[in-house]
Ligand binder design. Structure first.
Ligand code: CA
Length: 228
């Protein structure tokens, strides 16, 4: 059984979500405020969190950042607006997926199962070594030439996805779908920004790339710079 913590201030929505998820075999705990929800999550360690962004006591994004500082629990954000930029910001702040209100229990259940599948498959992955770069998805840590890299979640996810396709050009569209959960495309600039941060952390630049090779107009590829 999956334990789901739902943070939602609208009592009607909370009751409906709780009922819908319980019927689908989940154990649900609910909280009507952000800080109450945060305390419960830290104490109870649910398998997944469903977080409403519009909360009375604290901004949902702020809460997400606070949660991310103490927990790697998968978070699905519920947003009232189907606003691409807001969704990207939310995913950048550490959400794993999102649903747009009003959403059905079936959709939320499917998202929960997909997020958990992803997390569990990462848990089973062995660390990957590409040149001097080591990626450990289980612990979500990366190191370059033996020094730990300070990566955001999205930076790690991006590197991890590219590592899985080592030596292949990956399109920005694929990265938006796989890493930012934007299957219909979105602002590709967000990828450029993350790639540029990653380059800095890898000790390289767009002008003298080592691990990250950009193929103009196509995408980006992760390579072993020491390989012949
Ligand atoms: Ca709300």
């Amino acid at each position: 059984m999956t334990t789901v913590a739902v943070v939602e201030d609208d009592a009607e929505i909370l009751a409906a979500v709780t009922r819908g998820l319980t019927e689908r075999g989940h154990a649900v705990t609910g909280a009507g405020t952000g800080l109450g929800g945060l305390a419960g999550i830290v104490e109870q360690h649910p398998d997944v969190v469903v977080l409403d962004l519009g909360l009375p006591d604290i901004d949902g994004l702020e809460l997400l950042r606070m949660l991310r500082a103490v927990s790697a629990v998968p978070v699905i954000v519920a947003t009232a607006r189907d606003d691409e930029r807001e969704i990207i910001r939310t995913l950048d702040a550490g959400a794993d997926d999102y649903v747009v209100k009003p959403y059905s229990a079936d959709q939320l259940d499917a998202r929960i199962r997909a997020v958990l599948r992803r997390v569990r498959s990462e848990d089973a992955e062995e660390p990957v070594q590409i040149g001097g770069l080591t990626l450990d998805a289980r612990r979500r840590v990366a190191a370059i030439d033996g020094s730990p890299m300070d990566l955001s979640r999205k930076e790690f996810d991006l590197l991890w996805h590219l590592a899985g396709r080592k030596g292949e050009v990956v399109t920005k569209r694929e990265l938006l779908a796989a890493v930012w959960r934007q299957p219909y495309g979105g602002p590709e600039k967000t990828i450029d920004v993350h790639l540029s941060w990653l380059r800095t952390k890898l000790g390289e630049s767009a002008r003298s790339p080592r691990y990250l090779r950009t193929v103009r107009g196509v995408g980006v590829m992760l390579v072993d710079p020491e390989a012949p």
